[in-house]
Design a protein around this ligand. Structure first.
Ligand SMILES: Cc1cc2nc3c(=O)[nH]c(=O)nc-3n(C[C@H](O)[C@H](O)[C@H](O)COP(=O)(O)OP(=O)(O)OC[C@H]3O[C@@H](n4cnc5c(N)ncnc54)[C@H](O)[C@@H]3O)c2cc1C
Length: 261
């Protein structure tokens, strides 16, 4: 759970420009992405400019006053005004994500504050080439970057390496296929850790150093790398990137879940 006393968003220099206040957003639509992931489109009374990679904190309050707070990355690009999408994976024994999936309906209201984040952000002016590496729902902030790249028509060479358990677990599958097929410098490589499609000739294992070296070769050069997913996934990938010669200041990481996953 996040620290409720944590201050507001940091800018790129790490300053805290303002203290964020909680606001009440309205659920405008709910989209089923996979059998355990849904996207919640929220209309914000006070939408603020943000950078792709940032997140919002969501706060639930029970009738007895008990509160639970979690962070969710913004899936939309900064060009989408007044609304944000949060894409939430249901953790079966979780406190907050099952509430999103099983309780929240259109027109419900939910308390949140943001945008929050500093180092794990990309804007089109930062350029590329970009190496994006996602594990599971770690795709969410990277999708915001890809949508921003598209909206800003800043088609820097980009490689997305996306690790999922099976094809049924791939979030934003149709949109990713369409972006990759548009032929404007985005390559998408999937790896499946549990079940691969029949006659699949792509990756079918956890991300490892050999896989990283392979996608490196396909991208040619790496300006910045962004890695997001469960803690253990991020650790493994970040050290493989360092071993592959990317200097740590060009590696941006965001951890979603516990370290051992
Ligand atoms: C900056 C940031 C951005 C995030 N963005 C997203 C996002 O865009 N989409 C999203 O779905 N989640 C995101 N998360 C994770 C999210 O904040 C919650 O941790 C997650 O939804 C689980 O909360 P919960 O209350 O349902 O489970 P909890 O009650 O916190 O946990 C229940 C059990 O599940 C385990 N667990 C917790 N989180 C995970 C996980 N991610 N994977 C597997 N097991 C877990 C816990 O160790 C515990 O055993 C983000 C986290 C951070 C820090």
């Amino acid at each position: 759970m996040q620290d409720p006393k944590r201050p507001g968003p940091e800018d790129r220099e790490g300053r805290q420009p303002e203290r964020l206040t909680w606001q009440v957003a309205t659920v405008e639509s709910i989209t089923v992405e996979t059998y355990r992931v849904k996207t919640f489109r929220l209309r914000l009374p006070s939408w603020k400019t943000f950078r792709s990679g940032m997140h919002y904190d969501v706060r639930l309050t029970a009738p007895d006053g008990y509160q639970a707070q979690r962070s969710y990355s913004i899936a939309t690009s900064p060009e989408t005004r007044d609304l944000i999408d949060l894409t939430v994976e249901k953790i079966e024994d979780g406190e907050v994500s099952p509430y999103f999936h099983d309780e929240l309906i259109v027109d419900d209201r939910i308390e949140l504050r943001g945008p929050i984040g500093g180092a794990f952000t990309w804007t089109a002016s930062m350029g590329g080439p970009l190496l994006l590496i996602a594990g599971g729902s770690g795709i969410v902030p990277l999708m915001s970057m890809l949508r921003h790249r598209e909206s800003a028509a800043r088609h820097v060479q980009t490689m997305l390496l996306y690790s999922s358990r099976s094809p049924d677990d791939v979030i934003y599958s149709g949109e990713l296929d369409a972006l990759a097929e548009a032929g404007n410098g985005l390559q998408v490589a999937h790896t499946f850790t549990r079940t691969a499609p029949e006659r699949w000739d792509g990756f079918a294992r956890r991300v490892d150093a050999r896989m990283i070296s392979d996608v490196f070769d396909r991208l040619g050069a790496v300006g910045r790398a962004y890695v997001c997913g469960p803690g253990g996934f991020v650790e493994t990938v970040a050290s493989a990137l360092v071993d592959a010669g990317i200097t740590p200041e060009r590696i941006h990481t965001e951890r979603f879940g516990p370290a051992d996953r």
